[in-house]
Design a protein around this ligand. Sequence first.
Ligand SMILES: Cc1ncc(COP(=O)(O)O)c(C=O)c1O
Length: 387
Amino acid sequence: MNTIERDNTYVAHAYGRFPISIVDGHGSILVDENGKEYIDFGSGIGVNIFGVNDEVWKMAVIDQIEKVQHTSNLYYTEPCTKLAELLCEKTGMKKVFFSNSGAEANECAIKAARRYAFQKYGDGHSTIITLKNSFHGRTITTLAATGQEHYHEEFTPFTEGFVYAEANNIEDVKRLAKENKCIAVMVEIIQGEGGVCPLTEEFVKAVREFTEENDMLMIVDEVQTGNGRSGMLYSYMNYDVMPDIVSTAKGIGGGLPLGATMLGEKVKDIFTPGSHGSTFGGNPVSTAGAVSIIERIDDKLLAEVREKSVYIFNELGKADGVEEVTGMGLMIGIKCKKPAGDVLKTCMDNGLLVLTAKDKVRLLPALNIDFDVLKKGIDILKKAIAE
Ligand SMILES: Cc1ncc(COP(=O)(O)O)c(C=O)c1O
């Protein structure tokens, strides 16, 4: 059996995989087992923000593997400390809890909010407002936080204590807060899995104002939008607000599993020894790689992300067969006249890998994608949309 046949036989069918087995690559080019090259506009769903085979990240990881690969969280290690310091310096958040994925980073955010409210207001103050059309992960609690019914089917019962407001409707947030003992509002600044739908600046600012006035926490899920993806280090920075809790994953690890939950002033000391934990969280290899990623997301790179974004919006905005282009930075959704799945398939046949989100084609290319490669990919995409 080849890889595809073996996978179909032995790996649980949770994914609808495409019939491509990736064996190699460099930068934004992936190579399959037959030697066919693809331009990668997905970067492992927003993970490989410096592409594949990134020399700097690779050397940081190898250097740490050659020393100590894991110690447990009973001892201190330098990479974990360094990464936490870097994140706090760059965001103004105060402390960081490390885990291994986006769902876990959100679990931690939810636990932090619940503990804060419990300690301050007692039992029963636990409801978190999330948004309709949101996506926060696949664990039972983060699925409960996810405001999309179809993810909930056949997995009941869920963790209690989530209510869902209309996105961009502050009156709905206020109504839910009045009807329940709400402790927090949790949002994605751009709803990724929901179809690359940015929240309005007005709404995000109103959520911040309302939560501040009512001693509710504002949690921002930056799992997909974070780490430079939106053209700012974290997407909330586009709207000039300061959340209480920020969760992230995907791009921060550069390809190794890593989640981070950044805790602001109000909740910085919420966790005490034994109250939360993770065997692998903050693993020295993952965090050594992550330091090399976060250090390179500087003003120059972010300016480049914004420049590439303008190029993509301009090109696709006027392209045949395109109805709407949404998103921010290098997180872009394209509503086409044709079904998104058909566009994806034509692109794949022509050597370009794109993603979909709901009824849109979704692009999450590496932040450092070469302009030439980007242009070539956009040409393939425009033809696929128009054909
Ligand atoms: C906004 C958001 N939150 C959470 C998650 C879950 O992350 P993970 O798959 O790493 O658990 C995702 C994954 O797509 C996401 O986009």
